[in-house]
Design a protein around this ligand. Structure first.
Ligand SMILES: NC(=O)c1ccc[n+]([C@@H]2O[C@H](COP(=O)([O-])OP(=O)(O)OC[C@H]3O[C@@H](n4cnc5c(N)ncnc54)[C@H](O)[C@@H]3O)[C@@H](O)[C@H]2O)c1
Length: 251
């Protein structure tokens, strides 16, 4: 505990699910500032109020470059960026429309690209001497499924985008690390939305559990724990790495 003493953290999609759990953990770990950046400003504001004076909310649609610049402008310096905001589009190559595919990429890939790009000045001198960028991929960025063509492609793109950034930052001597987290299925609102799109939610839920050798879904706290490790100085030698926290589903 208190591993993030003095650190200034910015979490996209911080109003709900994994982002909210990460924000709570960062506050517990002693972060100096936790910015909840979300398209759902009301939700982010409500959560920030429960987290105390170190937390605050800012409106951000991660697919918009101008909104990224405005949101980051509210921060003097940052030590940690968690690119967590994401959506899930269900459907195979025959079912997903171009419009749906592009929307998935705008949020899940362009959002991460813009975050990685525009946070750099906030993590480098004269503001800071380095930082940690944590990009939320998924087990679906490792293992493909027929009915998740857009999500699979987007999360795989996030994985390689992260590795490219990690090499660039290291070569440039920026002391900025960049890693991905690959959760297995975790019961959050995004999963409930996926279940709601199904004709038989119960059967779909059972099939989700069956893909995890540990025989259960994960919890938001289990993802927040790895996000705390990656934000803390103890992970200083980790960059460009895939952290699979998935109950064994990608073995
Ligand atoms: N829950 C899972 O099982 C699971 C598994 C693997 C990966 N993930 C990934 O974890 C991340 C968080 O998922 P979650 O389960 O907490 O989902 P969630 O739906 O509970 O939360 C997502 C948050 O992102 C916000 N958001 C959506 N579009 C946005 C946009 N354009 N700009 C800014 N904010 C936006 C939402 O308002 C919400 O607060 C996502 O990237 C998701 O793909 C989730």
């Amino acid at each position: 505990m208190r591993r993030l003493e003095g650190k200034r953290c910015f979490i996209t999609g911080g109003a709900s699910g994994l982002g909210a759990a990460i924000a709570e953990r960062y506050v517990e770990e002693g972060a100096a500032e936790v910015v909840l950046a979300d398209i759902d400003l009301d939700g982010a504001t409500a959560l920030a109020q429960t987290l105390g004076h170190v937390a605050r909310a800012v409106r951000l649609d991660v697919s918009s470059e101008s909104e990224w610049l405005a949101a980051l402008d509210t921060c003097d310096a940052l030590d940690v960026l968690v690119n967590n905001a994401g959506i899930t589009t269900l459907g195979s190559i025959e079912e997903v429309s171009l419009e749906q595919f592009v929307h998935e990429f705008n949020v899940d890939v362009i959002g991460v690209f813009l975050g990685c790009k525009h946070v750099i000045p906030k993590m480098r001198p004269p503001h800071r001497t380095g930082g940690s960028i944590i990009n939320m991929s998924s087990m679906c960025g490792v293992r493909a499924q027929a009915d998740l063509v857009a999500y699979n492609a987007a999360k795989a793109a996030v994985t390689h985008l992260t590795k490219s950034c990690a090499i660039h930052f290291a070569k440039a001597g920026y002391d900025i690390r960049c890693n991905t987290i690959h959760p297995g299925l975790i019961r959050t609102p995004i999963l409930d939305k996926v279940l709601a799109q199904s004709a038989d939610p119960q059967a779909l839920y059972a099939s989700f559990v069956a893909t995890h050798p540990l025989g259960r879904l994960g919890t938001p706290a289990e993802i927040a724990a790895i996000a705390a490790y990656l934000a803390a100085d103890e992970s200083a030698f980790a960059t460009g790495a895939e952290f699979r926290i998935d109950g064994g589903s990608t073995i």
